[in-house]
Every structure is written in structure tokens, then in C-alpha cells.
Write a protein that binds this ligand. Structure first.
Ligand SMILES: Cc1cc2nc3c(=O)[nH]c(=O)nc-3n(C[C@H](O)[C@H](O)[C@H](O)COP(=O)(O)OP(=O)(O)OC[C@H]3O[C@@H](n4cnc5c(N)ncnc54)[C@H](O)[C@@H]3O)c2cc1C
Length: 220
């Protein structure tokens, strides 16, 4: 496990810096407790206790401010991953809703023929298309070795919130069956709801972009 912490050592030039440490359970035992979550149930998440934990000095990753820069790059990648997963949720939710709208008949014709159902489908496709573009832009910058602080935060903030909206609309297109646990749209909604908090909440992404464009931090 990688643990980032603030260094408190008043005699050291590192005092106050944040540094990552590689904590191996066999060398520095810590305790965990699995947590059951609303969605993403195939993904294991645990609460971690680091009481009185002692790690060897060699466990530190990077020297000086190098560790903090490494954390920044890891976070950019993590935010891109969240944006890409959210884009995948949008795609699946849209595909399911479109298929269902074409086969479900009411008043003697497929519900896909009703204007208000078409409006839901078009809004889903629009959100999906924007999510894909924002994810690709941030990922391309990372692949080319550029700093994607702003682009990864825009992608993470927008795509994860879009996934919640698109999955919710997919449930709406399905009508009552959409609210049952056996309908995949309801699973996508639970998964989408998981995306807006980890790796920095939507509000945090907004503050990161706001700081970058104004030069003023509203974080604290
Ligand atoms: C599935 C999952 C996996 C996770 N994995 C990891 C992991 O691997 N490593 C790890 O370290 N953590 C992990 N976390 C923790 C996650 O990073 C935090 O839950 C998240 O950063 C939010 O912090 P918090 O829960 O303390 O909420 P809080 O910080 O208490 O936020 C509560 C609300 O207040 C808002 N808020 C807080 N501060 C501000 C501010 N300055 N301005 C405006 N609004 C603000 C937030 O946006 C949010 O809406 C995980 C969480 C989940 C659910």
C-alpha cells in the first residue's frame, strides 16, 4: 500500500512536505476491515488503521518534493481512469436504453417513437459524446507526457457526474422495470454514484480548475 503523509521533523529541510511511503504489510503490520458499498461491488474497498506504524526509512518513494510531484502524476492518472470508467458506464446505459426503447411497445408502437423518449435518448448520447471527448483529451495529454492537472480534473468532474445523469435516465427509459435490481440500468446507476467521490470529489475538481484559471485557491 502507498501511504502519503506530512513529514514532521523540525530539524529537517523536509519538514512540512508531503511524501509517499510504500508500506508492506509483512514489514509494518496494519489492520483493515472490508466495507460493503452502494455500487462497484466487484471492487474491494477497506478501512485501514495505521496505529503506531513504523516503516523503514528506505520505504520512502522519491526525495524532497519529488514524492509530491509523483503523487500529482498518480492523481492525474487516477482521475483519467475514473473519467474513462464513467464514459463506459454512459455507453452501456445508452446502449441498454436504446435497445429497450426499440423493443418495448406501448399504445401499439415502440416507445422509441415517442418524442419525449427520443429526447432522453439524444440527451444520453450527447452526454456520452462529451464524456468520451473529455476523457480522450486528458488521456492523450498524459500519454504525451504533458501536465494534465486541469484536463484530468475537468474530465473526472464532468464524466462522473454525467454517468450519474445518464444511468438515471436509462432507468427512466426502462420505466418500472428500471427500478428492479435485476435491471442492469439500476446496477449502472449504483456504480455511477460511486464515481463522484473517490480520487477527489466533484467539488474538489472544481476548486482545482478554479485555482488554475484564477491563480487564487478557494480550497481552504
Ligand atoms: C470506493 C472508494 C475508494 C476510495 N479509495 C481511496 C484510496 O484508495 N485512497 C484514499 O486515500 N482514499 C480513498 N477513498 C477516500 C476518498 O478519497 C474520500 O472519501 C474523498 O476524498 C472524500 O473525502 P471525505 O470522505 O473525507 O469527504 P469530505 O472531505 O468530508 O467531504 C464531504 C463533502 O464536503 C465537500 N467538501 C470538502 N471540502 C471542501 C472544500 N474545501 N470546498 C468545498 N467542498 C468541500 C466534499 O466535496 C463533499 O461533498 C475512497 C473512497 C471510496 C468511497
Amino acid at each position: 500500500m502507498v501511504v502519503s503523509c506530512r513529514i514532521v521533523d523540525e530539524g529537517s529541510p523536509d519538514h512540512g512536505n508531503i511524501a509517499p511511503f510504500l508500506v508492506e504489510r509483512s514489514l509494518a503490520p496494519y489492520t483493515t476491515r472490508e466495507i460493503e458499498l452502494l455500487g462497484l461491488r466487484a471492487h474491494s474497498v477497506a478501512e485501514v488503521w495505521l496505529d503506531d506504524l513504523v516503516v523503514p526509512a528506505g520505504a520512502r518513494l522519491g526525495e524532497g518534493s519529488g514524492g509530491l510531484q509523483a503523487i500529482g502524476r498518480i492523481l492525474q492518472r487516477a482521475r483519467c481512469n475514473m473519467a474513462v470508467i464513467s464514459t463506459g458506464i454512459c455507453q452501456r446505459a445508452y446502449d441498454l436504453a436504446l435497445d429497450y426503447a426499440k423493443q418495448r411497445k406501448q399504445f401499439g408502437r415502440p416507445i422509441a417513437g415517442f418524442q419525449l423518449v427520443q429526447e432522453m435518448l439524444v440527451s444520453m448520447l450527447t452526454e456520452l459524446s462529451i464524456a468520451r471527448q473529455l476523457s480522450f483529451r486528458a488521456l492523450t495529454m498524459l500519454q504525451e507526457g504533458e501536465d494534465a492537472t486541469v484536463e484530468s480534473s475537468i474530465a473526472k468532474g464532468w464524466c462522473t457526474e454525467a454517468a450519474v445523469r445518464v444511468a438515471s435516465t436509462a432507468i427512466q427509459v426502462h420505466g418500472g422495470i428500471g427500478l428492479t435490481v435485476e435491471c442492469e440500468a439500476s446496477k449502472l446507476f449504483r456504480d455511477a454514484r460511486m464515481m463522484t467521490i473517490p480520487d477527489g470529489t466533484t467539488q474538489l475538481q472544481t476548486l482545482i480548475v478554479g485555482r488554475a484559471i484564477t491563480g487564487v485557491s478557494a480550497l481552504k
